[in-house]
Design a protein around this ligand. Structure first.
Ligand code: DHB
Length: 367
């Protein structure tokens, strides 16, 4: 017989450009997973092929095409932003190559191909619990400020409908995704004097937002900062300083999550990466590799239809808590935690204080 063919995983990420922190976190997590679990699955060698799409969707699509045609990958993974996850979806369908979305979080992404499976989250999944918490905690008037593209619009809509259903009042603002200048929007927020400002910006951008929040004096305005946890991302949270203290967010992962699985994940991740703290992107990458490894074990190393079928319904204990892949939607079902930024052992963390268990994407659950 011929020498065993390697099973190839194409990992496409923004390794350069404004969203490089997402690529850096996911690459580190995928490599940690392989270091801990070996590079042989079902008797076959696993080969990880990393490609930098620079955050440009046309590049993601071209790289996916090359990986499918030339490298004959069994599965593709990564996808740091919504447009980067949508671009290769028709190729996944055509070639029957599973596409594991480890980062992008617009609800509709999994509907773009029956070969897409997701290990990150959806914005409505993370956001509805925020609206419910706000309504119960004496917040009556909110301004939403979101990046003007898929996940921001998902967050805005999910928050607005859930919060107004509980009698709250909402004003919506959208800021461009590329090179955002928050200051004119923050001036509007200062003038509107809401009880809370709800913010969604993608991972890595929260620090820029916080800087302008302070420059506009909003940290001293008494307006509470709330939102899904992307704005207080663990990769940059500790660098934000005391302005972030007290921010309330809802999300699926905190580096401070109190479980034995997370303690060992955070410790190993930091050790392998010069002290870098894993964020929610890292856990999406780590769990995505777990899903691929366990799926390949079930299929004896085969990709294609067998692999996507093997992934449906799978459940495991992630560093974030218990998770499963919804066999109908191929989205991840997971706990959403309510957290508050606090100082812990001298560093800023999103400290979880309440849990909403086993949350499905509410957009698809309602269909
Ligand atoms: C997306 C990107 C992010 O960095 C994030 O935190 C949430 C969503 C996206 O483009 O889907």
């Amino acid at each position: 017989a011929l020498a065993q063919e390697a099973v190839k995983i194409g990992l496409i990420l923004p390794m350069t450009g404004p969203f490089a922190s997402t690529g850096r976190q996911i690459e580190a997590a995928a490599k940690l997973y392989m270091q801990q679990h070996g590079d042989t699955v079902a008797g076959k060698k696993i080969q990880l092929i990393l490609k930098d799409d620079t955050g440009v969707a046309d590049v993601t699509k071209r790289l996916a095409q090359e990986l499918i045609v030339n490298d004959k990958i069994a599965v593709m993974a990564g996808f740091g932003l919504t447009p980067l996850a949508l671009a290769p979806a028709p190729l996944a369908t055509q070639a029957k190559v599973p596409q594991v979305v480890m980062a992008a979080a617009t609800a509709t992404i999994t509907e773009a191909s029956p070969y897409i499976v997701r290990t990150s989250f959806t914005l409505p999944q993370a956001t509805v619990p925020m609206a419910e918490w706000a309504a119960k905690n004496d917040i009556k008037k909110v301004v939403t400020l979101v990046s003007d593209y898929g996940p921001g619009i998902d967050a805005e809509k999910a928050f607005t409908s859930a919060f107004t259903a509980k009698g709250g009042q909402v004003e919506n603002l959208r800021v461009p995704l590329a090179n955002p200048d928050f200051s004119p929007f923050l001036q509007k927020v200062a003038d509107a004097k809401p009880d809370a400002l709800f913010v969604f910006v993608p991972s890595g951008i929260g620090a820029q937002f916080m800087k302008q929040f302070v420059e506009r004096g909003l940290d001293k305005s008494g307006i509470k900062l709330i939102g899904p946890g992307d704005v207080t991302d663990d990769d940059i949270l500790n660098g934000m300083g005391d302005v972030a203290l007290g921010a309330i967010t809802t999300h699926h992962y905190s580096a401070a999550h109190d479980s034995p699985e997370n303690k060992s994940f955070v410790e190993a991740f930091k050790k392998a990466n010069n002290g870098m703290r894993p964020n929610f992107m890292a856990v999406g990458g780590y769990d995505g590799m777990h899903l691929i490894y366990e799926g390949l074990k079930k299929t004896n190393g085969q990709g294609g239809q067998a692999l996507i079928d093997a992934m449906k319904g799978m459940s495991w204990t992630s560093p974030r808590g218990p998770v499963s892949i919804d066999p109908q939607t191929r989205d991840i079902v997971q706990n959403i935690y309510v957290r508050k930024v606090e100082r812990k052992d001298g560093e800023l963390y999103n400290v979880e204080f309440a849990t909403i268990p086993n949350v499905k994407d509410p957009v698809k659950a309602a269909k």
